[in-house]
Design a protein around this ligand. Structure first.
Ligand code: NAP
Length: 395
């Protein structure tokens, strides 16, 4: 419901007052199983159900060679070979597509089966520049997508299963189809980790959020909780003290991973109460968060606390599985860019949350997408498209 964030889960809407009609879960889950045309009439978004700007096609047409699984969204030009292949369709991937397309590089975007990235889980974004009245996450991503398609990007909503970056053209496979590119931009983002209890998932966007920067504003003078014992949880809890009347920090052990300075700041804050050896057994409430059932991890005893919001801050997981054989990852599993957006493999570039665990904002991801596209364009120019290079996989 609020600000931009991305995020691989980091951008869920939190709904303090129950008034929003956020698409959040519905939008996200529907994307994986419906045929959707982001590029169709978006209207204003204000009256569009299910996230605005998303049209469900009654006849998908232009079907791609899908072998089971969910439906495909395809801009229908059928190309599988492009000067630039972009993997991922959050703000980074689609901004890269806009820039690459405007440079006549006719990008193919392998957008994922739930395209749009974490903003698809956010109903209202208030800190993306250019939208003084805010904009729904799905609406914003529909606009990104329309803009990318307008200049000739081909966008295919499929998950990449594996890649081969040993030679140019670089290769990527999705649902049995091989796509090739002389350059590749990896912009697959990261996903927030969730507790994965039923009530948490049901109330995502209804008071459960994974992004305080995005949603904290909506919890002014409310009593809320943050779960986690690392720096993220401390940071979120401290940030939320600007808004909430009281914050319960819930951690499952009595030892913390957080750095001392951040832990001290949290412990000493008058608005924060810390509950150690405590886990969340259930998020209470039907249409919105109304409380938490807390369980003592030592004796199993339970108590209910009234609460209007829950922020999950137990870490993020970058979406790098398909690339680990080829690209360097850091100790946290994020891809490593070596010079600007360049990876260890010449011609493969990296953008967005997949290499950024620090900022994780839509606007910074979009900026990285722009940088990666400009870097790819310059590199292609310098190398000459079609030149063959060979690179060994990471051993
Ligand atoms: P983290 O350090 O891995 O901490 C995750 C926390 O969540 C741990 O306390 C863990 O509990 C808890 N947790 C994990 N799964 C859980 C579950 N299913 N149920 C309940 N609790 C669960 O992750 P992070 O806090 O996101 O930090 C990631 C990295 O980013 C760290 O290196 C951190 O220093 C860095 N970071 C830095 C800053 C900063 O400097 N400003 C801010 C944010 C993050 P256990 O301890 O029991 O495993």
């Amino acid at each position: 419901m609020t600000d931009q964030n991305r995020p691989a889960g980091g951008a869920d809407e939190a709904q303090a007052d129950g008034q929003d009609t956020a698409p959040t879960n519905g939008a996200a889950s529907s994307l994986g199983s419906m045929k959707i045309n982001f590029s169709s009439d978006q209207g204003t978004g204000a009256t569009t159900p299910a996230g605005g700007g998303i049209a469900i096609l009654s006849d998908p047409g232009g079907a791609a060679p899908v072998t089971g699984g969910s439906a495909l969204v395809d801009s229908e030009d059928g190309r599988t070979d492009a000067p630039v292949l972009i993997i991922g369709s959050g703000p980074a991937g689609l901004t890269a597509a806009i820039y690459a397309a405007r440079a006549n590089l006719e990008p193919i975007v392998l957008a994922g089966s739930a395209p749009g990235g974490q903003l698809m889980l956010t109903s209202e974004i208030e800190n993306y520049p250019g939208f003084p009245d805010g904009i729904d996450g799905p609406d914003l991503m529909a606009r990104f997508r329309e803009q990318a398609e307008r200049f000739g990007s081909r966008i295919v909503d499929v998950d990449v299963d594996r890649v081969d970056f040993s030679n140019r053209p670089f290769r990527a496979w999705a649902r049995g189809i091989e796509y090739t590119g002389q350059a590749v931009i990896v912009a697959t983002g990261a996903s927030a980790l969730w507790l994965n209890i039923e009530s948490e998932q049901r109330l995502r966007g209804r008071g459960v959020s994974a992004c305080a920067t995005c949603d904290g504003f909506f919890f002014r003078d409310r009593e809320i909780a943050v779960v986690g014992g690392g720096d993220s949880a401390m940071e979120e809890a401290n940030y939320l003290t600007r808004f909430a009347s009281k914050i319960h920090l819930i951690h499952r052990r009595d030892g913390f991973r957080a750095s001392k300075i951040m832990l001290d700041r949290t412990m000493n804050h008058p608005k924060i109460e810390i509950h150690t050896n405590t886990e969340i057994a259930e998020v209470l409430g039907e249409a919105k968060v109304e409380g938490l059932r807390l369980r003592d991890t030592r004796d199993g005893s339970e108590q209910d606390l009234p609460m209007e919001g829950l922020f999950i801050a137990i870490g993020h997981r970058p979406n790098t599985d398909a690339f680990r054989d080829w690209l360097d990852v850091d100790e946290k599993g994020y891809l490593v860019a070596h010079e600007h957006t360049a990876s260890r493999i010449e011609g493969v570039f990296i953008a967005g949350d997949v290499d950024d665990h620090r900022y994780r904002q839509a606007v910074t991801a979009a900026g990285e997408g722009c940088r990666a596209a400009l870097d790819a364009e310059k590199w292609l120019e310098a190398q000459g498209v079609g030149e063959v290079v060979t690179t060994a996989a990471v051993s």
